[in-house]
Design a protein around this ligand. Sequence first.
Ligand code: SAM
Length: 190
Amino acid sequence: MAHSNHNHIIAALQNAYPFDDKSTTLLDFACGKGLISRGLAPYCKRIVAVDRLQTSVDFFEERVHNQGIPEDELHVVCAELQGHDSELDGEKFDVVVCSAAYHHLESIEATTGVLAFFLKPGGYLLVVDFMTSDKAIPEDVPHRFGFSKDQICAAFEGAGLIEVDFEQLSSARFHGQTVDLFLARGKKSS
Ligand SMILES: C[S@@+](CC[C@H](N)C(=O)[O-])C[C@H]1O[C@@H](n2cnc3c(N)ncnc32)[C@H](O)[C@@H]1O
């Protein structure tokens, strides 16, 4: 995705949660090269960014290191999380963000459950991806046609999240196509 898309997504995420640089802890799931984490870093106390792809994690870690950002403020991890207490040193987060990765997932239901696991009680899951269209994106991924509101809300509710809402964002260029982005939000009960 283009950088302008990321700026738009970061603004939408900030609208969806009152980030506080003194207190907010964030898990950036499927962080890639870290554009979302780097955009939200000034508004968070601590970020843990996770991706299963070692090359992306290495690229992001080098950036973090070169910028002199302390590891307790922004920690990058290569892992495929399963939702166990032993992962991420048992840490739970105020916010879990997942941007532009749901269309890569085999099971959005299973992964939504994993992401809900890493929330503190009362914490929020924020997911951004693209909405269903009749034209598939030219990429070999499990969800080439995007997602409907019903699919996403069912996955959030199936993971036990409450106060689920779904907002359409403006369109974006994605793999050479114009798609409508959404931001879905759900809360872990206290
Ligand atoms: C299009 S990139 C999005 C990166 C970033 N979130 C952003 O908005 O720029 C999708 C990323 O999802 C990661 N990914 C897909 N499935 C994953 C999984 N099960 N666990 C961790 N990372 C995953 C991929 O390795 C890839 O870096």
